[in-house]
Design a protein around this ligand. Structure first.
Ligand code: UDP
Length: 263
């Protein structure tokens, strides 16, 4: 894969550059809808969006190309809507539309941080977003624009994790960064089991065989088939996105192996 390198700025989020080089040139950042919830139970907290944009700025200023795949779970999830009697396919389209709403909120926050940003959608809505065109997305990235990929991949019965795995392969990303509210994958639920340990490195097969719920199996097997490394990390610790792109050992890395043990 060829990735155009960028002129890296002299400052990172107001701090002088410290000479550390990113380990990735191009990444897909998967943000679940919950990242936008903030203190709210549903919808978008604009302070949470602003906070994400600030974290992104420090990565962007290091010259890393970032495409964001955003979820919609803070507004609608098809499967949850169907539990209330809504037809599953209709619910899934509602979920995909929710991701577009989130994408617009995020774009606004990103632009307010001084970065250029484009939204591309898998569902045609020409007044609101460009269509998703992989080469065009790549061109935006090469021009230092953050790209938000909305609308899932346009088909019901899928998730935005699967979309992120697919888009990462399509645009030649070097890693899929899965931002969550926990700091990695654990041997057990750390909220329920005090002896739970964080796993720092796992193979795709280990995640599948152990039934670790970091993402759905379709997303995971897509990453496995395309040898796309996944890094699961905690978005809510300040500076973590930057730490991941600088190669610091935070969170859990999932790749072809060999698998490591607990921290
Ligand atoms: N969705 C879909 N197809 C896709 C992506 C998403 O049908 O390709 C729907 C699905 O209903 C899903 C909702 O959009 O529940 C929101 O996406 P997701 O649950 O992945 O959001 P997240 O949990 O990341 O916030």
């Amino acid at each position: 894969m060829t990735v155009e390198t960028h002129t890296v700025g002299v400052e990172v989020a107001g701090r002088p550059l410290d000479g550390r080089k990113p380990v990735f040139n191009r990444v897909v950042l998967k943000l679940g809808g919950e990242a936008l919830l903030g203190e709210s139970a549903i919808g978008i907290d604009h302070e949470a969006a602003a906070h994400i944009a600030q974290q992104l700025r420090s990565v962007h200023e290091r010259g890393v190309q970032v495409a964001i795949v955003v979820g919609g779970g803070n507004i609608v999830r098809g499967i949850e809507a169907s539990e209330h009697g809504i037809d599953r396919v209709t619910g899934d389209y509602m979920g995909m539309l929710a991701t577009v709403i989130n994408a617009l909120a995020l774009r606004d926050a990103i632009e307010r941080e001084g970065m250029e940003c484009r939204v591309q959608s898998a569902i045609a809505m020409q007044q609101v977003a460009e269509p998703f065109i992989p080469r065009r997305a790549i061109r935006h990235l090469e021009k230092d624009r953050v790209v938000i990929l909305a609308g899932g991949h346009g088909s019901p019965f899928f998730t935005t994790d699967t979309t992120a795995a697919l888009r990462a392969a399509e645009i030649g990303a070097e890693a899929l960064l899965k931002a969550t509210k926990v700091d990695g994958i654990y041997t057990a639920d750390p909220h329920k089991d005090a002896s739970a340990q964080r796993l720092v490195h796992l193979s795709y097969m280990e995640v599948l065989n152990r039934g670790l719920a970091i993402m759905d199996s379709t997303a995971l097997t897509l990453c496995m088939d395309n040898r796309m490394p996944i890094i699961v990390f905690d978005l809510f610790t300040e500076g973590n996105v930057e730490r991941v792109i600088l190669g610091e050992a935070i969170g859990t890395r999932v790749d072809a192996g060999p698998a490591g043990g607990a921290q």
